[in-house]
Ligand binder design. Structure first.
Ligand code: NAP
Length: 364
């Protein structure tokens, strides 16, 4: 009898302990989900928005609007840095008219910052995490002090990777990586390496593409303007051609070797110029397609010399891979310029000029 009483008391005690610890865990979780005690959510924030097509940098206006509340699968990010991509101002120009954007529109999709609040269904990320996010282009919202982003498009940023370096990565880094993966590049030195040409190697995508191509063991010829020859050489290109010289225009390297692959990142690149420079078989991976290259992609579909179009897609694993390379010092974000938030228009203008060397960054 005494033993039975003892066992029941023990079971009750264990159960009480179990419930108490569950309640405590749950309470801690709820507290974490709301916000840290040191942070008071402001009621409003500054953001940059535009209210019509075209307008360029002059069309950007600062507004005070409520800080967004994350939906249940979203995190609220206090933005530390954002990078401008050509797609941002092409959307403002009306590239996706009449569907996107809905005015007024806060542009910019590539942001890095710190999580200050999480929605109730967020699984992995938590308050205080440093992250990088590639916001969906139809909502964007990155040119603001705070932005709500779905957990599915947000990745933790390793310690030691700055917000500016991380903010450069999502579109430009992923595009470069996916273009190189499309030609079978492995980034672990097991790749035998091909003879490849990267056009506009001084741009946001080109600067990542050159470095990644070298990690993939390729022999890289690159094109850029005269002022950037040294920059592109310094990030690892084996040979750099000034695109304004006759050799540069003909895409011919000093060895006279043709290219197994061409990664085209300039809208000026034409299939008619690429075809004679290609090996047989050979392939152009075009990420900055113009109408004629689009036609060529269809006409060359079954050819041994072909042009195929690559469109970047968000891939958390790819983004983590790039962040890891940056952390290990194997990949760097070439920064064209850093602009304080209250001079975001300057950043916009710089990107629109088409003459950035690497990434244009806005810091909040
Ligand atoms: N397919 C996709 O999924 C995808 C994704 C992202 C972007 N894109 C597109 O890819 C293109 C490149 O993007 P980005 O961010 O790299 O652009 P970016 O950073 O604005 O590129 C600017 C750089 O390109 C150089 N450049 C321009 N024309 C050149 C030419 N003919 N030959 C050599 N260099 C040239 C410029 O050099 P100079 O100043 O010396 O002229 C400048 O350094 C854009 O059209 C963008 O819309 C496509």
């Amino acid at each position: 009898m005494r033993t039975r009483l003892y066992v029941s008391t023990l079971i009750c005690f264990e159960l009480a302990l179990f419930f108490a610890s569950s309640i405590q865990k749950h309470t801690t979780r709820i507290c974490h989900r709301i916000m840290p005690t040191s942070w008071m959510k402001p009621s409003s924030m500054r953001a940059v928005q535009y209210s019509g097509y075209s307008g360029g940098a002059a069309g950007l206006k600062y507004v005070d609007i409520p800080v967004p509340s994350p939906k249940k699968d979203e995190v609220l990010i206090k933005v530390e840095a954002a990078s401008i991509n050509p797609a941002d101002w092409k959307i403002q120009k009306g590239m996706l008219r009449p569907f996107i954007p809905k005015f007024p529109f806060i542009p910019v999709t590539n942001v890095a910052g710190e999580i200050v609040e999480v929605g109730s269904a967020v699984q992995e990320l938590k308050v205080g995490d440093k992250v990088v996010s590639k916001l969906v282009f139809w909502k964007a919202g990155g040119l603001a002090e705070y932005v709500a982003a779905s957990e599915s498009i947000t990745v933790a940023r390793p310690a030691g990777v700055s917000a500016a370096d991380a903010a450069g990565l999502p579109i430009a880094g992923l595009t470069a990586l996916q273009a190189l993966k499309a030609i079978g590049t492995k980034f672990d030195a097991t790749c035998s390496g091909s003879n490849i040409l990267i056009t506009a190697a001084s741009g946001g995508i080109g600067t990542y593409a050159v470095q990644l191509a070298k990690l993939g063991n390729h022999n890289v010829t690159a094109t850029c303007g005269a002022r950037n020859l040294e920059v592109v050489m310094n990030i690892g290109a084996d040979e750099v051609l000034d695109y304004k010289t006759p050799e540069g225009a003909a895409l011919s390297n000093s060895s006279g070797k043709k290219y197994d692959y061409i990664v085209n990142t300039t809208t000026d690149g034409k299939w008619s110029a690429f075809k004679p420079a290609l090996n047989f078989p050979g392939r152009v991976v075009d990420i900055a397609t113009n109408f004629w290259n689009f036609v060529a992609s269809i006409l060359t579909f079954f050819s041994k010399k072909k042009l195929s179009i690559v469109i970047e897609s968000m891939g958390n694993e790819d983004l983590r891979f790039l962040l890891e390379l940056v952390k290990e010092g194997k990949l760097k974000t070439v920064v064209d310029s850093r602009h304080p938030f209250d001079r975001a228009a300057d950043a916009w203008e710089k990107s629109m000029s088409g003459h950035a060397t690497g990434k244009v960054i806005v810091e909040m």
